[in-house]
Design a protein around this ligand. Structure first.
Ligand code: AMP
Length: 237
């Protein structure tokens, strides 16, 4: 960390962790959003709530909501708002999320953003900050095409940009690496198209509230994380 003078120090991080409790991380598929969200949540000491993970979990367990969500996910389409909102509301009521969280991949549509705002205001709460990771369509495509995840612990890898030490085997738990069901090219393209169409109103919504900060998602994981750190540090200044 000492090599990155612009990154906030331990004291600044404590302040950030205290103040910015409800954070949204947005970005197109393949922006590295998931990777950054895991790191950021860990650093801030708040839980990460990924609707993608939550939906996959429900689907795997075969819950009523999960079964309804599955066909949409397989196509690369957005799951209907009411399903996602029901899952999120259920989750946010849990004790673990009382003192804050990092939302990853949610809200993805304007109705979701509005419903979240409503849900929080009923509890006297609000989203503090929204960070949008920006990457171009071509880069987004390139990154998603080689994406692999561990079938056991969910850690993510990339065939070319972030390979595991052993071929198709997780560095962390030794589980087998697989391509996500919805990472087929047709689904990837569909997801990109849907994102372009749906995300703009969400960005405008938060920009209108003065909460939106944009960070370039280009470059390596470390570099992007430093930029996110800088944005959060600036909020303290
Ligand atoms: P992700 O892991 O964020 O790429 O999400 C995987 C898939 O889950 C997406 O392609 C959607 O089908 C679905 N999904 C995740 N989050 C949402 C959301 N907030 N609204 C609607 N669908 C979602």
């Amino acid at each position: 960390a000492s090599l990155r003078p612009s990154a906030p120090g331990v004291k600044a991080w404590r302040m950030i962790a205290r103040k910015k409790r409800r954070i949204v991380l947005l970005g197109p598929p393949g922006s590295g959003k998931g990777t950054q969200a895991v790191r950021l949540a860990q650093k801030l000491g708040i839980p990460r709530l990924s609707t993608g993970d939550l939906l996959r979990d429900h689907a795997k367990k075969g819950t009523r909501l999960g079964r309804r969500a599955e066909p949409y996910m397989a196509r690369g389409d957005l799951v209907p708002d009411e399903i996602v909102l029901a899952m999120v509301a259920q989750q946010l009521d849990e004790e673990a999320y009382r003192d804050g969280y990092l939302l990853d991949g949610f809200p993805r549509t304007l109705p979701q953003a509005e419903a979240l705002g409503h849900m929080l205001s009923q509890r006297g709460q609000a989203i503090d900050l929204v960070v949008d990771l920006e990457v171009g369509a071509r880069e987004s495509l390139r990154r998603q095409l080689g994406r692999l995840v561990c079938s056991r612990c969910g850690a993510s890898y990339h065939e070319f940009f972030q390979p595991s030490r052993e071929l198709m085997k997780c560095d962390i738990c030794g589980g087998g690496l697989v391509q996500r069901e919805d990472d087929r090219p047709a689904a990837i393209l569909e997801r990109l198209r849907v994102h372009e169409e749906q995300s703009r109103p969400v960005l405008d919504y938060y920009a209108g509230q003065g909460k939106l900060r944009t960070v370039s998602g280009g470059g390596d994981v470390e570099g992007v994380f430093s930029k996110i750190e800088e944005v959060l540090a600036k909020e303290e200044g």
